[in-house]
Design a protein around this ligand. Structure first.
Ligand SMILES: Nc1ncnc2c1ncn2[C@@H]1O[C@H](COP(=O)(O)OP(=O)(O)OP(=O)(O)O)[C@@H](O)[C@H]1O
Ligand SMILES: [Mg+2]
Length: 457
């Protein structure tokens, strides 16, 4: 474990020596005797600093020390500075605090007291830095709109969404149930020029065939018995926005013909209507059916398919995205723990084993629901397989691993081991490094090596 770096700024050499001697065991100590050398030392990124305010040329006052404080904070706003002042000089100490110092101590310095203050300061600094790191990673794209994804396949999907969102071309999104098809559709809408317009989903599989046509196209008064007033259909309601045909594979053939006209001409006719109505609607569609097979079986029109699938986004099932699986697990645990005001340290070892070996037939939705239920029901401190209502026993269907040479076997075990430790500590780098008995930089190197960076919090 590397020690946090501490910068001691004091013009008195004997004090610098004493403090170094007292603190070197816990800190990587560097020293400076005046403002220029202090500012130079700040470039070495100490986390904590002790600053004697009485620096030359103003040894008796505090102007030089205060200037040094301000400049250090400008260089590194996260740096934690403990100002040290004469024992009758509370006013300057308070000035230092209001200028951004973390805490103050009066001379003569009580080393034990200083140790406690520094320890807490390091703790706060590490939390702050981890937060910033997380935010940076989020900006880098682990979270895209509401979609989490660190695996290559998901990153490619984010790239496709970025590219197609500003256009008006139809996009077909396929994937098993619960893989996030609707979320992808919403992301496309959200990133398009239509984002302030409506996003209208229609589930083609859930509406009886007889109603679907009027749901989609609307009707005129008197079009059929019971049509007492004119009613707009979903396509018209989606004007200037996006319509999302969910479960598009369930569309009856006869309606496919009608829809095709709308897709080609951006015009519709209400049932019983005579005029053609111009609309401006982006079309997105999703299905978990194999449309190519449906075409072969003549239940889905080929021309319709090519219209809808100009761009085709295929979302892989969660079991094929092991890294996303753990990322999502952690993110959901954090989200629900916060939502329900509960505290969990993370997942138990068995829970991690179970999560990684289970096949997740319900994909992300199932994972989200199981974790939500576990957070509500479990008492902690960790989430167990029982809380997830999963058997601790690995899935029977899981494949036996292929033979490995020693090196790749060791690497695989190492990766898995680190992964689990991260999960246990909810992605906290310091605690994970601590448990593994390695330094933070070493852990960072390993995370890079095994492409686990995105699991840090
Ligand atoms: N990559 C992801 N990151 C975060 N949450 C996700 C992700 N994918 C799916 N979810 C969550 O899983 C649930 C299911 O997502 P969604 O409704 O988009 O799936 P779907 O593919 O449309 O499912 P279905 O085929 O059953 O309609 C939602 O609560 C969604 O927020
Ligand atoms: Mg859906």
């Amino acid at each position: 474990m590397t020690k946090p770096r501490l910068l001691i700024i004091d013009d008195d050499e004997s004090i610098r020596k004493q403090m170094r001697w007292a603190l070197a065991q816990d800190y990587d100590v560097i020293t400076a005797e005046d403002r220029p050398s202090a500012l130079n030392a700040v470039k070495r990124k100490p986390w904590v600093v002790t600053l004697d305010l009485g620096l030359p040329p103003d040894e008796a006052g505090s102007s030089e020390g205060m200037a040094c404080l301000r400049e250090m904070l400008r260089c590194d706003p996260f740096i934690k500075v403990v100002v040290i002042t004469g024992n009758t000089d509370k006013e300057n100490a308070l000035k230092g605090i209001s200028a951004g110092a973390y805490d103050y101590l009066t001379k003569p310095v009580d080393i034990d007291e200083l140790k406690v203050i520094l320890k807490r300061a390091v703790h706060v600094a590490s939390l702050e830095r981890e937060n910033v790191e997380l935010r940076n990673r989020i900006d880098k794209g682990v979270v895209f709109e509401d979609l989490l994804g660190t695996t290559e396949s998901m990153q490619e999907i984010f790239t496709t969404v970025r590219k197609v969102a500003p256009t008006d071309v139809p996009v077909l999104i396929t994937g098993e149930s619960g893989t996030g098809k609707e979320l992808v559709a919403r992301a496309i809408h959200q990133r398009s020029r239509r984002k302030d317009g409506p996003f209208i989903p229609i589930n083609c599989g859930a509406i009886p065939e007889t109603l679907l046509e009027s749901e989609l196209f609307g009707y005129e008064k008197g079009a059929f018995t019971g049509a007492h007033t004119r009613k707009k259909g979903k396509i018209e309601l989606a004007n200037n926005g996006t319509i999302f045909f969910d479960e598009v594979g369930e569309l009856p053939l006869q309606l496919q013909v009608k829809l095709l006209r709308f897709l080609q001409e951006q015009e519709i006719e209400r049932i019983g209507g005579k005029e053609r109505i111009k609309v401006d609607v982006r079309v997105l569609a999703a299905t978990n059916r194999d449309l190519e097979k449906a075409i072969a079986e003549s239940t889905f029109r080929e021309d319709m398919y090519y219209r809808l699938a100009l761009i085709h986004i295929k979302i892989p099932p969660l079991r094929e995205r092991k890294d996303d699986l753990l990322l999502c697990a952690m993110a959901f645990l954090q989200k629900f723990a916060k939502e329900f005001g509960k505290n969990f340290k993370g997942f138990s070892n068995e829970a991690i084993d179970t999560i990684t070996s289970y096949t997740w037939p319900g994909n992300v939705r199932e994972l989200e629901n199981r974790i939500k239920r576990a957070v509500i029901m479990a008492d902690g401190p960790t989430i167990t397989p029982q809380a997830l209502s999963l058997n601790a026993r690995p899935e029977e269907g899981s494949k036996p691993s292929e033979p490995l040479n020693l090196k790749s076997g060791r690497e695989r075990a190492e990766k898995e081991y680190i992964h689990k430790a991260l999960l246990r500590h909810n992605g906290n780098i310091s605690r994970t490094a601590d448990e593994l008995g390695i330094s933070r930089p070493t852990l960072y190197d390993l995370l890079r090596k095994y492409r686990l960076e995105d699991f840090e919090q």
